[in-house]
Ligand binder design. Structure first.
Ligand code: GLY
Length: 559
């Protein structure tokens, strides 16, 4: 049975690229974390733009209306499928370490670690990649000028958007940080306090920077007055940027990680994201088991053990491919997966301490994801971030650009953990110009039934969320996209050695059974993730969208 599916899937894959190249879909779909961003993408598609133009509009609008998750001062990965020729590529717009920063920048004169330095203020910020990513998308893949696709974001930044409950809650969570800097307070607060619901959040400085980007392209951000202002503000605030850091920033087009799992072709993020490789290793381990008939606790045990091993290798081997050599072929091979699976005890949890030691480093719901398909069959899965909510909390002078705190995704401390309690090691050590290892995992899943476009925010839990959705998709006899997105979540990341579960999501008998097998269960205070998914049904060409009920996003599919 499995062989049959593998053959048919390979056949389908080759066949589908050409079908998609020629056959328009019955409709179009977008799912994003904010209704205003979804509406912006829809308007660009209706003006004759393609999915790539819509991606620019959605990303830039999210930068305005979800300033806590992503923005011009951040980075991310855009996974693209171009219908015309079937090209699949990942635009790596991840932040890069400023040339003058070293791990010593996060220590005081006596060598002690300054725990907040990689999280708050300008020292925490990597050189942003989103503006370059948007300009590249427009130039190489879009049909509309940047000025058109950025117009909805410029309008919302200039006129303001109404503060919603989510905005208020997230401002509240970072209030002290935002109060510390006049520019951040002026942009996001109302008289130093959380704005009331429906107060307009107006960002005129950001609107001006967006206009400059629209007029001049990437050089409007990385060179000239905007660049100068950002460098001056960062250095005045205690950071270490130079104009060369910005002038030298480049996006990289990378080959996605592609592998098969039980009749499905998975296309996901390449390093410097750990997403694709960690998914590949965990799913190759799980391919040994028929998970669907198993009792829930047994299935969860096996998934947790596969994740434990794959995250262990994330910590040991992964980093920026422009700086480190990674055993990619080995990590993706079924031989290696079988070897790692051999130590899985079906009845007992393996203590993480029994796996070979990996030096330490960590990774919420920060970050954002959106999925788009247009009528030509062009697809975008994009996961974008400024790292933790409101990033570094530092707005770069009068540019309105809120800077990320992505430097914390490096192995800043030797045996420390980052904001997500992830363990990192040498391959993810800071170096000038290097990109920090990420968990962002924009993904396509292609099989005989159709194509799923998905991803989620959530730091280190992104990979396990995407994995669970892939397993559920595989198990569904009739695809129910909303059910995939709603499904209860659990997570294991090797260290800390615990199985995290969403609250009110699993029967106590299941958790008791898992505890008996030796898992340390941690029921989280809150549910996590904000998955945004699109599915294209192959037989009808219809597209569907689903947005995670844990967030306030919107999924739209229309003719
Ligand atoms: N900053 C979260 C990630 O890239 O994984």
């Amino acid at each position: 049975m499995q062989l049959f599916f593998r053959i048919s899937s390979a056949f389908f894959f080759c066949f589908c690229a050409s079908v998609y190249a020629q056959t328009p879909l019955a409709n179009t779909a977008i799912a994003s974390a904010h209704p205003l961003a979804t509406a912006a993408g829809k308007s660009i598609l209706e003006q004759g733009g393609n999915a790539f133009d819509a991606a620019i509009a959605v990303a830039a609008t999210l930068a305005v209306v979800e300033p806590y998750s992503s923005g011009l001062g951040g980075g991310g990965f855009f996974l693209l499928h171009r219908a015309r020729d079937g090209k699949q590529v990942m635009i790596d717009a991840r932040e890069r370490a400023p040339l003058k920063l070293t791990s010593n920048s996060y220590r005081n004169a006596t060598g002690q670690l300054l725990p907040l330095a990689s999280l708050e203020g300008p020292l925490a910020a990597g050189i942003p990649g989103i503006p370059a990513g948007l300009a590249h998308l427009a130039k190489r893949y879009g049909q509309l000028p940047l000025s058109r696709s950025l117009a909805p974001a410029i309008h919302l930044a200039q006129q303001g958007f109404p503060a919603d409950a989510r905005y208020r809650a997230l401002v509240q969570s970072r209030l002290t940080l935002l109060q510390k800097q006049a520019e951040a307070a002026a942009q996001f607060l109302h008289h130093q306090a959380v704005p009331e619901v429906d107060t307009l959040v107006v960002q005129t400085n950001l609107a001006k920077t967006l206009r400059t980007l629209a007029q001049k392209g990437a050089s409007g951000f990385y060179r000239g007055a905007v660049a100068k202002e950002m460098v001056a503000a960062v250095n005045n605030g205690g950071g270490l940027w130079q104009t060369a850091d910005l002038a030298r920033y480049r996006i990289v087009e990378r080959k996605p990680i592609v592998f098969d799992y039980r009749g499905m072709r998975i296309v996901s993020a390449a390093p410097p994201s750990a997403g694709g490789l960690t998914l590949a290793e965990a799913l190759h381990i799980l391919a040994r088991y028929d998970l669907n008939p198993l009792k829930p606790a047994h299935r969860m045990h096996l998934v947790a053990e596969a994740l434990r091993r794959a995250y262990h290798d994330r910590a040991r081997y992964m980093g920026d491919p422009d700086f480190v050599r990674m055993p990619i072929q080995r990590l993706m091979s079924t031989t290696y997966a079988n070897m790692r699976a051999a130590s899985i005890d079906p009845a007992n949890a393996t203590p993480s301490a029994n796996l070979a030691a990996a030096p330490e480093v960590t990774q919420g719901n920060h970050t954002t994801h959106f999925s788009i398909v247009d009528r030509q069959g062009n697809r975008v899965a994009a996961t974008l971030s400024i790292n933790t909510f409101f990033g570094s909390g530092f707005v770069a002078g009068n540019t309105g650009v809120l800077l990320n705190n992505e430097m914390d995704d490096f192995a800043v401390a030797e045996h420390g953990m980052n904001a997500y309690s992830l363990v990192h090691s040498e391959p993810n050590r800071i170096a000038p110009g290097k990109r920090p290892l990420s968990s962002m995992s924009p993904t396509f899943v292609e099989d005989r039934r159709g194509t799923l476009i998905l991803g989620a925010p959530g730091g280190s839990r992104i990979i396990s969320m995407v994995l669970l959705a892939i397993l559920d998709y595989q198990a569904q006899t009739k695809v129910d996209l909303q059910a995939l997105v709603n499904a209860p979540r659990y997570h294991h990341q090797y260290l800390p050695d615990r199985l995290e579960v969403e609250p009110d999501s699993f029967p106590s008998e299941v958790l008791d059974e898992l505890q008996l097998t030796g898992h340390v269960i941690r029921v989280n205070e809150r549910k996590w993730g904000n998955m945004q998914a699109v599915w294209i049904e192959r037989s009808s060409g219809k597209a569907f969208a689903a947005s995670d009920p844990r967030g306030m996003g919107s999924g739209l599919a229309w003719y």
